[in-house]
Design a protein around this ligand. Structure first.
Ligand code: GTP
Ligand code: SPV
Ligand code: MN
Length: 590
């Protein structure tokens, strides 16, 4: 039988609504050329080659790091900029005290002037992408328009990008519109604006990470959390990992930690030798979209397809998995170089000779790699990457874990009594700030559910939504809080962390199965030394006691502080949250 010749529609003809939008943006930004991205390997290589020829990408040692390149961002453009990030909702209350707010018409007018002619002399790239597996009903699509080829390369790794995404967009009623331009990279003219009511994002003046890869924090979290509330699901700053115990049972955990607090490392953890028989399956390292399933459980997909991970601290001892993953086909941003033209960062073996700014390394200038230097790499390169990560229905979650970086107060792990208490535990997360965002590092701030920079609406409404989601689950995950970062008086971490964190996760899963014991405290249930497998771990009983100590006096102060914080959300705060605070406070008094 004769077959019709296989013709592919040109990309610009696949979706009328995308093409119309592109035409409007083209008129405003005046680029020299327009390129519609098809997401092919050939396209990736061609764009990468162009950047190398222009000197924007540095080819690394291809013998030891094949397919690896270094990108140096503008020195003033090295992290997310929370003070320049806005939620532009019609009502200020809807954005809430947790967000910067600008009136949408005013924000639009301001951005219009900044975008006018901003792509002159440049190429406008149209980047259609799908967040989540292309065939998943949970996935959501968007199109990013950008004038940065580096952004295109990163989006190609981080999302399902190209023709197939555009074909899906053509069949759906809506898509998220993300307009991005490097502008002049002047921090005075840098803004990241979100218009959730019309599912759009406008970002100018930065080419870095979450400011510029609009599928990530802007779409999958800020706009995503808004869409999720409307549609009855949750968009969270969570990693997802599967753990198979020595009996062969596999369970999935999702964990929310603030930026640079251990999600990527936990997603790729390597079981210590003294815990034989455990297997780890990596699903996601930064974002989880959680949907109530027909079986009353919560099901998670990772909307991303790559990792934009923190480089410093990554080595064969802490995270051999990540270390091996980034040895080929990886884009490094703002790392240092060795004499052999290999990438280098603090915590890696060898010596830096060129720092992240391209200068000869001099320790008097500070760290060789920028503290927020990163690698961009396809998830499927990770040795532990799970097949189910591409499953359209996601994976069922047995436990939700919240955590922060706190040198004091928060114990190694504790379990919430129930969902409502768990929502308070999540809302109580506080953590030391890190280099992932500009500003001072090491200051403890409240970061509920690790979503302070990413929740696209009023936290009061967000907690109400969390409470509603839980009320609708007949088999809700149990909820926990962990802290890998508690320190002794000398400033040394009490817990070895990394692969050894599996001991804590194992206890968590045994609690979910109703098999592990715990001590009840006012703040929740904690493992005693006999409840958790510490075999083969060099830790004294005093240290374990310190790690799991709960000071009622210190926690009374903490709860008073949390109450004050929650009251700041006024009438939007669900009464159930204050009832939970009352309950913990009452337990602390006895
Ligand atoms: P984002 O990508 O910014 O969201 O960060 P993340 O939460 O994925 O953090 P990541 O796993 O990249 O870790 C950030 C830093 O914390 C790195 O320097 C790690 O080496 C360090 N780290 C991660 N896990 C542990 C741990 O268990 N203990 C200690 N002490 N450090 C850790
Ligand atoms: C974070 O800051 O939480 C990150 C890096 O994952 S960025 O993509 O810049 O948001
Ligand atoms: Mn993150």
């Amino acid at each position: 039988m004769a077959t019709a010749p296989h013709t592919l529609a040109s990309l610009s003809e696949i979706s009328r609504k995308v093409a119309d939008w592109v035409a409007g943006v083209q008129e405003l930004t005046a680029p020299d050329r327009v390129h519609w991205c098809d997401g092919s390997h050939a396209e990736f290589q061609r764009l990468r080659g162009e950047l190398v020829r222009k000197g924007e990408l540095v080819e690394l040692n291809q013998a030891t790091f094949p397919g690896c390149y270094l990108y140096r961002s503008d020195p003033t453009d090295v992290a997310r900029v929370e003070h320049l990030t806005f939620m532009c909702t019609r009502s200020k209350e809807d954005a809430g005290p947790n967000n910067n707010w600008m009136e949408p018409t005013q924000a639009k007018a301001k951005m219009r002037e900044l975008f006018r002619g901003s792509m002159r002399g440049r190429t406008l790239y149209v980047v259609p992408y799908c967040m989540g597996p292309l065939d998943s009903p949970y996935s959501r699509c968007g199109v990013e328009i950008t004038d940065s080829a580096y952004v295109v390369l990163n989006m190609a790794i981080m999302t399902r990008m190209g023709r197939a995404a555009l074909e899906r967009i053509a069949t759906e009623p809506t898509f998220v519109r993300g307009l991005h331009s490097l502008g002049d990279l002047n921090p005075e003219r840098r803004f990241i604006m979100h218009f959730p009511e019309e599912l759009s994002i406008e970002s100018i003046g930065s080419g870095y990470g979450g400011n510029a890869l609009l599928g990530k924090k802007c779409h999958a979290l800020r706009i995503g959390s808004w869409q999720a509330r409307t549609e009855g699901w949750l968009a969270e700053h969570m990693m997802i990992v599967g753990l198979q115990n020595p009996r062969g049972e596999t369970h999935y955990i999702a964990a929310a930690f603030p930026s640079a607090c251990g999600k990527t490392n936990l997603a790729m953890l390597i079981p210590p030798e003294s815990l034989p028989g455990w297997k780890v399956f990596t699903i996601g390292d930064d974002i989880a979209w959680l949907h109530p399933g027909p079986d009353g459980r919560l099901w998670a997909i990772n909307p991303e397809s790559g990792f934009f991970g923190v480089a410093p601290g990554t080595n064969a001892a802490t995270n051999r998995n990540a270390y091996e993953t980034v040895h080929h086909d990886t884009i490094f941003t703002n790392v240092a170089l060795t004499a052999d033209n290999e990438p280098w960062w603090e915590g890696r073996e060898g010596q830096p000779v060129i720092d992240w700014l391209g200068r000869p390394y001099d320790p008097r200038n500070g760290p060789a790699a920028h503290p927020n230097s990163r690698f961009t790499v396809a998830a499927k390169q990770t040795p532990t990457y799970a097949k189910v990560a591409d499953s359209p229905g996601g994976v069922p979650i047995s436990a939700l874990v919240f955590g922060g970086r706190r040198r004091e107060l928060a114990p190694l792990v504790y379990e919430a009594r129930n969902w409502e208490h768990g929502v308070l535990v999540g809302a109580s997360v506080a953590s030391e700030t890190t280099a992932a965002a500009t500003g001072q590092v090491g200051i403890v701030r409240r970061d509920p559910m690790a979503m302070k920079p990413f929740c696209g609406y009023n936290y009061g409404d967000y907690w109400a939504h969390w409470l509603n989601i839980g009320a609708g689950l007949s088999r809700p995950p149990r909820m926990f809080h962990v802290n890998w970062f508690r320190q002794n008086a000398a400033g040394k971490f009490l817990w070895p962390g990394f692969g050894e964190n599996l001991r804590v996760l194992a206890w968590i899963l045994e609690r979910c199965a109703g098999r592990a014991g715990a001590a009840e405290t006012a703040i929740g249930n904690l493992p005693r030394a006999q409840d958790i497998n510490l075999r083969g771990l060099d830790i004294s009983s005093e240290t374990f006691a310190d790690l799991t100590s709960v000071s009622n006096a210190a926690w009374r102060k903490e709860m008073a502080d949390i109450r004050q914080y929650l009251l700041g959300f006024g009438s939007r705060l669900p009464a159930a949250m204050l009832a939970e605070v009352d309950e913990v406070t009452r337990r602390l008094e006895v």
